[in-house]
Design a protein around this ligand. Structure first.
Ligand code: 13P
Length: 246
């Protein structure tokens, strides 16, 4: 059991249609029955579902975020893109930036930095993902990579209060693998040490499920979880939350 205020952020990735939204009802019910404010729930669905989900959530204290945003602050001729202002206008309060799936698709640190700055300007809070690849881990470069992603991604950003950091080792995403308790403690501590007393919240993401959550929730300094696959199933998602807070 933990007494800390914990974040549970659902990253639905490219999954879900209008029918999927019905699955939120169970989570809404669960959240209403636990009003003690011990946790914050945030859903990051595909852009197509931001509006309908935020309507369905209504006055609950569950919030909605997006999974990426275009770096431009204004409208422009960018086919297929959506910027942070547009996301905000349909109900998003957060945006995930720097996710490794987007880094792998070509987003570099400078671009991510620009996206973070402009999304903050639009009034969104940022879920900023960092993490090493398997090769970098094997080469013992984890700290070096985290340091560089933090430095470049957060360059000239003063409003650190608007940032939540999600440590997601690339090799743990969707693989069923998680870092050892020792490795994870070290990385979370390392990330927080870069900010001194004013450290943002630091979450863990990568294959979080209701079986490994007992091992993950006891990591000192961990402020919550960014959950992919398991967050699409309301029962699994609720199980993870229950096991963490009870
Ligand atoms: P999984 O929980 O499916 O491994 O995904 C993690 C993730 O990428 C969350 O952003």
């Amino acid at each position: 059991m933990t007494n800390k205020y914990m974040y549970f952020i659902a990253n639905w990735k490219m999954f879900g249609d209008l029918k999927t939204i019905n699955s939120l009802d169970k989570v809404i019910k669960f959240s209403k029955s636990h009003k003690k404010n011990k946790f914050k729930l945030i859903y990051c669905p595909p852009n197509t579902l931001i509006r309908p989900i935020s309507k369905r959530l209504g006055k609950t204290n569950i919030e909605v975020g997006a999974q990426n945003s275009h770096q431009n602050l204004d409208y422009g001729a960018f086919t297929g893109q959506v910027n942070s202002k547009m996301l905000k206008s349909v109900g998003a309060k957060y945006v995930i930036l720097g996710h490794s799936e987007n880094r792998m698709a070509g987003e570099d640190d400078n671009l991510i930095n620009l996206k973070i700055k402009n999304s903050i300007k639009s009034g969104l809070k940022i879920i900023f993902c960092i993490g090493e690849t398997l090769k970098q881990k094997r080469d013992k470069k984890t700290n070096q990579v985290l340091n560089s992603q933090l430095k470049k991604g957060l360059k000239s950003i003063i409003k650190i209060n608007d940032i939540i950091i999600a440590y997601e080792p690339v090799w743990s995403i969707g693989t069923g693998l998680i870092p050892s308790s020792e490795e994870l403690s070290k990385s979370i501590k390392f990330i927080k040490s870069k900010f001194g007393k004013k450290s943002p919240k630091v979450l863990y993401g990568g294959s979080v499920n209701s079986k490994n959550i007992d091992q993950l929730k006891i990591i000192p300094d961990i402020d919550g979880f960014l959950i992919g696959g398991a967050s699409q199933n309301p029962k699994k998602f609720i199980d993870i939350i229950k096991k963490t807070i009870n």
